[in-house]
Design a protein around this ligand. Sequence first.
Ligand code: G6P
Ligand code: MG
Length: 217
Amino acid sequence: MKKGIIFDLDGVIVDTAKYHYLAWKKLANQLGFEFTQEQNELFKGVSRKRCLDILLEMGNLSATQEQKDVWMIEKNNDYLAYIEKMDDSEILPDVPKILTLLKENAIPIALGSASKNALPILEKVGLAHFFDVIVDGNNVTKAKPDPEVFLMAAKKMNLSPSNCIVFEDAVAGIEAANAANMISIGIGEKEVLSQAKFIFKDFTQISTDFMKKLISN
Ligand code: G6P
Ligand code: MG
């Protein structure tokens, strides 16, 4: 059966977590508390709205929806200022090699991301042309670990979920892929992504043979 591959964006294709971190940290500091890199781990794969709620919980703060909307816009503007400066040097190692291999084998490629900034980022780093389907934070209503984002990508590729393979760096993303009945491949640490069917530290650890087997059976 024909296979399709779904990639998460942040932490899989590009390392934007550091920019999300700097933007959230600025807001936390402005509100009078610290925000650490370790705490930022909890934000991976999590929607902007939910991230703000978690941040406010960390600072023991509550706010009206109007105030939250203002902070989300501020945070996003700071994040966009970092994105503006991105170029292809920020693509994670061997990502173009894997995308090229898939294209050469006529395998459909989809993006399944919680980010509302997914398309501008792909365009900035020059990878948008690889993607046949893009499903992002603008299209879904339920955040990972809900499988909605990946199920929508499968549908748009005209493939059944069991023929889709997901590359993810977030625990919530691996849970979403498993819940969608897809093959989950974790990119990151074994200890963190233990629920994934396969785990690799990064794409340099994935052989051409492994990829060929993955897309052939
Ligand atoms: C990705 C990131 C999250 C981020 C979310 C929303 O899933 O891993 O850290 O909060 O996208 O991103 P956005 O660009 O819409 O604020
Ligand atoms: Mg991610």
